[in-house]
Design a protein. Structure first.
Length: 111
């Protein structure tokens, strides 16, 4: 069965970068890109110290990547699509043949 994967998402991993004052800041390093299908999974308002923040859960379908490969997304990594950023919550194989994987993620909301 042919799948239509129309969106190109850039896979990024978090990096700790020294800030020059004895501390560090979080930066992101691109590890490649995946052609994906992005579908909304759920949405809600999450209570935070700044009030209620929207949280949009998405299900991302893409070609499978072996577990030991550097291009495989892991929880805590993110996928970006222009200004939209999705933080990876979980990754699972989605078919018995191992051709596709499903990534459960949440859209990152910037304050």
């Amino acid at each position: 069965m042919a799948r239509h994967l129309p969106r190109r998402l850039v896979h990024e991993v978090p990096l700790r970068v020294e800030d020059g004052a004895g501390g560090w800041v979080q930066s992101w390093e691109a590890r490649g890109a995946h052609w994906c299908e992005v579908r909304m999974r759920s949405g809600d308002l999450k209570a935070t110290e700044f009030g209620r923040t929207p949280r949009l859960g998405v299900r991302i379908l893409t070609h499978a990547v072996p577990q030991d490969h550097v291009a495989r997304p892991w929880p805590g990594h993110r996928l970006t699509d222009g200004l939209r950023r999705y933080i990876v919550d979980a990754v699972q194989e989605s078919d018995a043949g191992g051709r596709f994987m499903t990534i459960l993620a949440a859209e990152e909301v910037t304050q």
